[in-house]
Design a protein around this ligand. Structure first.
Ligand code: LER
Ligand code: MN
Length: 268
């Protein structure tokens, strides 16, 4: 089991970015806790010096399985489905701008909330058309670099677009790109999927990345999800990727990260 945990490279409002703050200190703390990797949330690659980021990550002996991009929505309001053409274009350009860093770090690019929501006055069929077009363009830009994109089904309280695995799989069919797949997150699945394990099995080889948080979005082991059964289902898909912790830093990031890794290693 390859374990990583989310670290935000910039200040962010998103509650479940487990680690925030000084990069070097946090990378050292994550490595010391026994993690193999760190998932980096990057709002805008322009704000990051890639050379020093790569050097810091290498110094800590961590790998970077995925880059989270949702802060461009959370902090700047960029989305693939905004009625304003310029905002849609900026969102597409922002995702394309993650390709060089993803290439250097060997990371999957996450499409979370940057897909947007169906805004008031926008027809949902129109929003889906914009989404498919944007995803085709971004997948095409990433493919020559060997980069994959993973869209995360996100629960209904955060978006009105793609809440479930079946909707994600339909979207994959429409986008029609072999480097486009899904990121599954146990917190969202607990809200939306009838049977989490069935949805995992239905995704099969289209699972490109995996987030873990318990039912209350605290660290695995702090709620009532059956992680042994969930990880067995994931294993049955021959998933070779990472299990990435994205949970609320309660009582603090270090304690939550330590409890998570101890719990997952004990059941894994
Ligand atoms: C991001 O990975 C996520 O799970 C969403 O809840 C972001 O709001
Ligand atoms: Mn997530």
């Amino acid at each position: 089991m390859k374990l990583s945990i989310v670290l935000s490279t910039q200040q962010a409002q998103f509650q479940a970015a487990t680690f925030k703050g000084d990069l070097e200190t946090n990378l050292a703390r994550i490595a010391a806790l026994g993690y193999d990797g760190v998932e980096l949330a990057i709002r805008d690659p322009k704000l990051v010096d890639l050379d020093s980021l790569e050097a810091l990550v290498q110094k800590s002996n961590l790998r970077v399985p995925a880059i989270g991009t949702g802060q461009a929505w959370g902090e700047e309001g960029l989305s693939f489905t905004d009625p304003d053409l310029q905002i849609r274009k900026q969102a597409i350009e922002r995702i394309k701008s993650h390709v060089p860093a993803a290439g250097r770090l060997g990371a999957v690019i996450i499409i979370g909330l940057i897909r947007g929501i169906v805004k008031p006055g926008v027809d949902s069929i129109q929003a889906m058309d914009w989404l498919v077009k944007a995803l085709r363009e971004c997948s095409e830009a990433a493919r020559p670099h060997g980069i994959r994109l993973a869209l995360e089904p996100i629960n209904r309280y955060e978006t009105t677009l793609i809440n479930t695995v079946p909707k994600g799989l339909e979207l994959i069919e429409r986008v029609g790109a072999d480097n486009f797949g899904l990121l599954l997150d146990t917190f969202h699945m607990n809200i939306e999927e009838p049977v989490i394990e069935d949805s995992i099995r239905a995704c099969g080889s289209r699972i490109f990345h995996f987030h873990v948080a318990d039912s209350n979005r605290w660290h695995p082991g702090a709620g009532h999800l059956d992680f042994k059964s969930i990880l067995t289902a994931l294993d049955s898909t021959s998933y070779q990727g990472w299990i990435s912790g994205e949970f609320i830093p309660q009582p603090d990031a270090e304690t939550a990260a330590q409890k998570s890794i101890a719990f997952l290693q004990q059941i894994g």
